[in-house]
Design a protein around this ligand. Structure first.
Ligand code: HDE
Length: 684
């Protein structure tokens, strides 16, 4: 029996608000939108049983017309996305720095809605493209909606919003043939990069493992820009926002990401959906970096430049709260597609800075939403409604839902006692921060924005050897796909400023001359940038168990129990959907066959083996799964009954391959290997 969620208890105040809009069609009579009951939904009204369809068939016309208009424009960027509901809980009062209502008392909880997205691909493209991930959070606070519209990379390609259309035109499929989809590996993108060298730092991140996250649950989020906190005394502090995933930051391997794109284009949305459905709620801590206004010019980078980070070792991240995503949407169109994020949605206690990238964004979001959501009334769409009611003199427009009563719709007035009335600062009115500004009207960029390579090199210096190798491989793939030799040469000549050895290998791999320029002389590194130093847990990693009949009941049970106790997700993979039976009769339900899944879709495999109807094919499949898992550096556990599939000398010296025979600690060793996740020192 399939039912909507309207019979479930609301999880928080936003959920309660949404509840009044949810419709459960289960068990109801079919009607038109005018509520007229329908007697036939199979055949249109015709003049004669084999005759033409009649115009007067109002049900047919209404049904088809509605269908014809079902699509709205996809987002011009971040078109492919997926969202979930949750809650943010404050650990630590930030009263000293800000009056933002949701940051006042520790323990305060605020409903949130989060949309993750890919920037480049169309709505129907694949999840695992090499790309920046959007990480947009709407906080439904008591003083209005606050949107933190961030990415999973802390810097951006460009410094001024006026260049955004150029960047996006260059990275999207080329206009003459609409190729390639969801990929930056083509001429126009790299031509843009080489001719706009402020991109250098961002490109290092984009070529790194950060651009192919294992899961949205395992990536960081960043507000990117410098914002302000403003406190009761109207003192402002510069602030950058960070989301830190509790599970640590983990990535796919590029070859794996490409295969997943075909095997399961929905890999990341499925991962989020399933984790939430299973109650393994994704969690992220909110961190802030703060710089006192008086220290604005203390750094060797401009704090208004969105191509720069504030290294965590210089400006520490203070953790102030935690967000938990605990509910999937009921309807992707109504919620995920219609949600409208806007960095301009701020609340008292938070304010903007003069970052020219942020300033431009403040115009773009509302503007794009006017066309995407069909007019100015989209704040009335349930997912976009604030929790507190809103009152103003705005009226009319397409699809107005509310019925504002009375004849007064202007300010100031006497007929309605001058209401709705404005609020003073003390009453919670938003008062813009009174920043002192002076200067000439000028179209130019501050010289303090001119250092493009120091932090790009800082990033490179901070990478572990496997991470550096992945970056070189990514460049070799991306630039190798560029047809213009001149562009390939320009890219190599640009990235020599980051690292000469790196650029030389890329030059060799892409058939251009070795670069002559000099690399930046930065020697510092920032350990916080390397994923090598992240946390590792087995929770929610998924292990494919390759199993047939005749397994060792006690051995398998013991291993699976330990993995499940530690939060590992188990998927039994066999010859056919059904059950397999152990030596002493225990039954295991097979969830997936070798055909329906693939080694790229699992974080590790446990090779149990056994007997099958077509033993030759069964064995061949197991060998394929071992090969795929091994080549992507992932853990492999070999049961005593699986030995024959991995018959090599020196068994104990293969990184991340754990054998059960003669090993009383097999289950724990395998669990530790799963937790480790990748074994980069493996020879593949
Ligand atoms: Fe966006 N961006 N952006 N962006 N952005 C949009 O707004 C834009 C930038 C980000 O899940 C659009 O409603 C400009 C930085 C996310 O619905 C659009 C510039 C960051 C999302 C737009 C930037 C972002 C968007 C398209 C250059 C990270 C998806 C649809 C200054 C801090 C939100 C829409 C969602 C979406 C404009 C740069 C994050 C066109 C002009 C930097 C997460 O308005």
């Amino acid at each position: 029996m399939e039912r909507g969620s309207s019979d479930k208890k609301p999880t928080n105040s936003k959920d309660e608000q949404l509840e009044q809009f949810r419709i459960d069609n289960y068990g109801k009579k079919l009607t038109t939108n005018q509520s007229v009951r329908i007697s036939n939904d199979e055949d249109s009204l015709k003049a004669g049983i084999r005759g033409p369809t009649l115009m007067e068939d109002f049900h047919f016309r209404e049904k088809i017309t509605h269908f014809d208009h079902e699509r709205i424009p996809e987002r011009v960027v971040h078109a492919r996305g997926y969202a979930a509901h949750g809650v943010f809980e404050l650990y630590k009062s930030m009263k000293e720095y800000t009056t933002a209502s949701f940051l006042q008392e520790s323990g305060t909880t605020t409903p949130v809605f989060v949309r993750f997205s890919n920037v480049v691909g169309s709505a129907g493209s694949k999840d695992t493209a090499r790309d920046v991930r959007g990480f947009a959070t709407k906080f439904y606070t008591e003083s209005g909606n606050y949107d933190l519209v961030g990415n999973n990379i802390p810097v951006f390609f460009i410094q001024d919003a006026i260049k955004f259309p150029d960047l996006i035109h260059a990275v999207k499929p080329e206009p003459h043939n609409e190729i390639p989809q969801a990929s930056s590996a083509h001429d126009t993108f790299w031509d843009f990069v080489a001719n706009n060298q402020e991109t250098a730092h961002m490109i290092m991140w984009l070529m790194s493992d950060r651009a192919i996250p294992r899961s949205w649950r395992m990536m960081e989020g960043f507000g990117v820009h410098t914002f302000r906190f403003v406190n009761k005394e109207r003192k402002s502090t510069f602030v950058k926002f960070h989301w830190k995933p509790i599970l640590g930051v983990h990535s796919l391997v590029w070859d794996e990401a490409q295969i997943i794109g075909g095997k399961d284009p929905d890999f990341q949305r499925r991962d989020l959906w399933e984790a939430i459905e299973r109650g393994a709620y994704p969690e992220y801590e909110l961190g802030v970096q703060m710089i006192d206004e008086s220290d604005e010019f203390m750094f060797d980078f401009d704090i208004l430049d969105a191509t720069k980070i504030w290294p965590e070792e210089i400006v520490p991240v203070q953790i102030i709260g935690k967000m938990t995503l605990n509910k999937n949407v009921d309807n992707v169109f109504a919620e995920t597609e219609q949600v409208a994020f806007h960095p301009g949605n701020i609340i008292p206690g938070i304010d903007f800075t003069n970052d020219p990238l942020l300033q431009g964004r403040l115009f773009s979001y509302l503007d794009t939403q006017l066309i995407r959501l069909g007019g100015p009334n989209f704040a009335e769409i349930p997912i976009n409604r604030p929790l507190c009611p809103f009152h103003n003199n705005q009226r009319n427009g397409f699809s107005r839902q509310r019925i504002d009563i009375g004849k007064v719709s202007y300010h100031k007035n006497s007929l309605a006692n001058n209401t709705p009335s404005t609020s003073s600062l003390e009453e919670g009115g938003f008062v813009h921060y009174e920043e002192k500004v002076e200067g000439r009207v000028i179209q130019a960029r501050s010289e303090s924005f001119n250092d493009f390579f120091s932090q790009a090199r800082l990033f490179w210096n901070s990478m572990s050897p496997p991470e550096k190798k992945h970056i070189i491989d990514a460049f070799s793939f991306e630039v190798g796909n560029v047809k213009s030799r001149s562009v390939r040469q320009q890219v190599v000549d640009m990235f020599v400023h980051v690292d000469k050895q790196m650029a030389t290998i890329i030059a060799n791999n892409t058939g251009v001359n070795r670069p002559n320029g000099a690399q930046s002389n930065v020697t510092a590194s920032s350990p916080a940038l390397s994923q090598e130093n992240t946390s590792r847990y087995p929770n929610t990693l998924n292990v494919g168990v390759l199993i047939g009949n005749g397994f060792n009941d006690a051995e398998v049970k013991n291993v699976i129990n330990l993995l499940e106790e530690n939060g590992v997700f188990i998927h039994y993979i066999g010859e056919q959907i059904g059950t397999v039976t152990g030596r002493i009769g225990s039954k295991i339900k097979i969830d997936e066959t070798f055909m329906t899944t693939d080694p790229v879709l699992h974080d590790a495999i446990y090779v149990v083996g056994g007997s099958a109807i077509d033993q030759v094919k069964f064995n061949k499949n197991i060998m394929y799964y071992i090969g795929g898992t091994y080549n992507h550096y992932k853990p492999i556990g070999i049961a005593t009954t699986g030995e024959m599939y991995f018959d090599v000398p020196n068994k104990n010296n293969i990184p991340g391959v754990i054998f059960a025979s003669y090993n009383p600690n097999f289950a724990m060793d395998f669990l530790n290997a799963i937790t480790e996740q990748r074994f980069w020192n493996r020879i593949v």
